[in-house]
Ligand binder design. Sequence first.
Ligand code: LHQ
Length: 264
Amino acid sequence: MTSSETVLAGLAGGVLTLRLNRPEKLNSFNEEMHLALRAGFQRAQDDPQVRAVLLTGSGRGFCAGQDLGDRDPRKGGPAPDLGRTLETFYNPNLRLIRSLEKPVVCAVNGVAAGAGANIAFACDIVLAAQSAKFIQAFSKIGLIPDAGGSWSLTRILGEPRAKALALTAEPLSAAKAAEWGLIWKAVEDESLMIQAEELAQSLAAGPTLGLGLTKRLIQAAAVNSLDEQLDMERDCQRAAGLSADYAEGVTAFLEKRKPEFQGR
Ligand code: LHQ
C-alpha cells in the first residue's frame, strides 16, 4: 500500500492496481496524489512480485489533470512556476511509466482531461469506457499540452489531428480515440474493469522479461534507424533467449501444455 488515500494500491496475481482516488475532484492531481502515484510506479519497478500495472480512477472520472483549485490566481501572490511543477511532479511519473519494463494497462473509466488524458496515452495498453472522453483542456486556460501530450499526440496522430485537438480542446470520444489509434479499445462501460483486469492478469502471467524488452524496443523504434533497431533486436533477443521463460515457453509448446512463466 502507498501511504496516501489519494492513490489506492493493491497487489493481486502479480497485478499492481493503482486507482486515482480523489473522485469529488474527478481525480485531478494535487501534490499528494502525484507523490502517491510515483510511489506506486516505483514499487512496480522495485518489487519483482509486480508483473503488470493497472492504472484507473475512482468514481465517474479517470483524471481531470491538475487540480486547478491548488493554484487559485484569485488568492494573489506571484504567478506559480509551472515549469517547476512539471519537472518536480509530472515528468518523473511520465518517465517512470515509460521506463518501467513491465506492461502498464490503463482503464479510462470516465473523462480524461489535460494531463489526465496524456498520462493515459503514456501507458502501454489503454482501454476506455465508451462513455469516456479525452480532452486536451490546456488551451482553455492558456496552457500548452504537457505530461508528454505534445509528443504522444503528434507521434500517434500526426500534426493535423494533434494540432486540432490541442488548439480547440474539443472532446474526443473513446470510440474515435480507438479509431485513430490513440488507445487500444473502447468497450462497454459495464465491462471495462472486467476486461482491463483480465488483460492485466494475463500480462502478469506472461514472460515479464520478454514483455519488458518488447516495450523497450517498440518505444525505441520511433527514434532509431532500421540498422540501430536491428542491432537492438539482436541484443534484446539474446537476453530473452537466456531467460528461464523462453526455455519454459518452448518446453510447454513441445509438451502441448500451457506455459508457466516465472517472469525471469
Ligand atoms: C476539478 C477539476 C480540476 C479541480 C473537475 N481541478 N477541480 C496544469 C497546471 C499546472 C501545472 C502543469 O500542468 C497542468 C496540467 C493540466 O492538467 S492543465 C488542465 C487542467 N484540467 C482542466 O482544465 C480540466 C478542468 N475540468 C473540466 O473542464 C471539467 O471538469 C471536465 C470536462 C473534466 C468534466 O466536466 P463535468 O463532467 O461537467 O464535471 P464538473 O466540471 O462538474 O466537475 C466535477 C467536480 O470536479 C467539480 O467540483 P464541484 O465541487 O463543483 O462538484 C469540479 O470543479 C471538479 N473538477 N476538474 N482540474
